[in-house]
Design a protein around this ligand. Sequence first.
Ligand code: FDP
Length: 332
Amino acid sequence: MEPVRTIHRHIHEQAALHPDARGSFSRLLGQICLAAKVIGHHVNRAGLVDVLGGAGLVNIQGEVVQKLDILANAAMKDALFQSGTVAALVSEEEEAVIHVPKGTEKGDYIVHFDPLDGSSNIDANVSIGTIFAIYRRKSTGPEITDEDIFQKGTEIVGAGYIVYGSSTMLVYTAGHGVHGFTYDPSYGEFLLSHENIQLPEKCKVVSVNEAYSSNWPAGITDYVDFVKARKHPRYKDTTFRYIGSLVADVHRNLLYGGFFMYPGTVQKPNGKLRLLYEALPLSFVVEQAGGTATTGHERILEMTPNALHQRVPLFIGNRDDVQLFLEISGYS
Ligand code: FDP
């Protein structure tokens, strides 16, 4: 029988790579696993209990809030506060920085998260996910400052996501490779299923919502047409697939090889995706897996964020495809 490797064992092995580790980062990751189990449980039971559909609210982004968004947000906050390791949180669902409640143990980490990405797909049973990035607090005073919240992606100490799909899978990196764990309901544990994920060389999939193509800035269509022509050796067997759940699109491309784009449009030059809890964590994961991510002008991980819910155009995936995109679109 194959030895069973749980995520908790893996986290402890990774912690051993940092001789000065005091266990709080491991505790934090452990609590994200707990939140993933709670959210996964509710996602799997959606339809059986009253958690599907809108909550009758609109969030700070002007988007309809789903009941599962609220539930996932609460699960992440509860789990992270219980860890006693966080100094502050940023969530897609909340307008302002979330401070640690009075009487709760504080720690040194700042966590940015999107509790349920792709939530407009929930009612159709399409894969959705949770995305997170972890930073170490910079300031030393009693108050959380902008310096703590608006760090560059190069300062990330851990990032990952959970996909609730045909199974629930947690993918994370703490800077030593990208590792994937599949939830085994009979053990109640995430078990190592994808060790050291590397982006495959080939470009199996290009993902983009072409509905916006008439409003794209010049150059984007040139690249998309170049792929469709299927003349370049990279694109002879490439297919277009767009789930419309960022986390699921990026996860599929990470496993199959590919390139995801969400460009800005003439009306919305920064596109739709959010820097802090969508683009930055996924860019960190994809870079760790050998890929890259850019706005078309700047490496995502080197951007200095200036607002909690800031949006950015995102071009993420295999290095060769990002390079070809930059050349053909004329962005480089
Ligand atoms: P959703 O609105 O369903 O939460 O940023 C949110 C997001 O989904 C991404 O997960 C997804 O990639 C994108 O929006 C889809 O937007 P479009 O429908 O405009 O393509």
